[in-house]
Design a protein around this ligand. Structure first.
Ligand code: FMN
Length: 146
């Protein structure tokens, strides 16, 4: 099982989540490529069995607009049937960006795993563990089902 974890992080919070996701996924037996957003594009999608995407809430409850959103928008036409997991850190909001993102992936036909993981500001040890468990569940359930 080959998994890409693709993330954008301005101040490191979503990056810490991405690192924990990688730990959990590897422990569950996946081969993991941990990639920042500039290292991934639509042509690489077919190299993987599934993708965990990480992006914090930015703008006004949207994905980061300069790098992550253009990359993600380009992928969307190819997401049908692809196992996808979502995660990200947020600040003052209530997680609306994640609910919108999840719906968007569903509308694209992606197989979205669970509700995604959202963590307020810096992830603490419980938050990191939540990330490890989500990624392990993704590997065991979403990837092994394909
Ligand atoms: C320009 C900007 C816009 C933001 N917009 C939102 C927002 O709409 N809702 C929210 O809950 N947090 C918002 N935040 C807070 C970030 O989501 C939060 O600081 C998060 O932990 C950043 O994650 P990162 O360290 O991975 O960049 C915003 C932060 C910045 C810098």
């Amino acid at each position: 099982m080959k998994l890409a974890i693709v993330y954008w992080s301005g101040t490191g919070n979503t990056e810490a989540m991405a690192n924990a996701m990688a730990e959990g996924a590897k422990e569950a037996g996946a081969a993991v490529d941990l990639l920042s957003v500039d290292e991934f594009n639509v042509d690489k999608l077919a190299d993987f069995d599934g993708v965990l995407f990480g992006c914090p809430a930015m703008g006004n409850e949207v994905l980061e607009e300069a790098e992550f959103e253009p990359m993600f928008a380009e992928l969307e036409a190819k997401l049908a049937g692809v196992p996808v997991g979502l995660f990200g850190s947020y600040g003052w909001g209530s997680g609306e960006w994640m609910a919108d993102w999840k719906k968007r992936c569903g509308d694209d036909g992606a197989k979205v795993y669970g509700d995604g993981v959202i963590i307020n500001d810096v992830p603490d040890e419980d938050g990191l563990q939540q990330c490890r468990e989500y990624a392990a569940g993704f590997v065991k359930n979403a990837l092994k089902a394909i």
